[in-house]
Write a protein that binds this ligand. Structure first.
Ligand code: ZN
Length: 161
């Protein structure tokens, strides 16, 4: 629900004594690239999860065509990263991705990265450039070892694998 549009209506409920609001709308979350593209500088959390259409490949020249793929997301980050100054949280949870967008390391301002539920075998060393990362979730992937040099991320306070 677009809760922001409903606020006036809710305010007319005269019998209201307690209002609980858990809708993510208004917290500057985006759940698709189209949504995030409307005003990239306001997006604090970008969540492309499960079978997000933004992670389904329609590029016939791509080796992952027809399946989960990051080519669209990677290009979007390349084109948009300069305007993503508010972005702190990215989730690509349960997307069954075999690799990460090569451009994801441009997002040096990220504080939380949720990659649970993918098919990742390794994390490229680019992650060591994410100096502000506090939370890194890698559970349910195909790793054999934790990412090299992970101890260099000095702000990391939550790490799951
Ligand atoms: Zn692709």
């Amino acid at each position: 629900m677009m809760l922001r549009r409903q606020v006036r209506e809710i305010g007319r409920i005269q019998s209201m004594r307690r209002l609980s609001c858990k809708s993510p709308a208004g917290r500057d979350q985006a759940f698709s690239l189209a949504e995030a593209s409307k005003d990239p500088s306001r997006v604090r959390e970008l969540r492309l999860e499960d079978s997000s259409p933004d992670l389904q490949c329609r590029n016939v020249f791509c080796e992952f065509a027809g399946g989960s793929c990051v080519c669209k997301l990677s290009k979007w980050i390349e084109q948009t990263h300069g305007r993503l100054s508010a972005l702190r949280v990215m989730s690509l949870r349960d997307a069954r991705l075999g690799k990460l967008p090569p451009s994801i390391w441009m997002l040096e301002q990220l504080e939380e990265l949720d990659l649970r539920g993918n098919d990742l075998k390794e994390i490229p060393p680019g992650i060591l450039g994410m100096r502000k990362l506090r939370v890194l979730k890698l559970d349910d992937n195909a790793f054999e070892a934790p990412p090299d040099g992970i101890s260099e991320l000095q702000n990391l306070s939550e790490f799951t694998i």
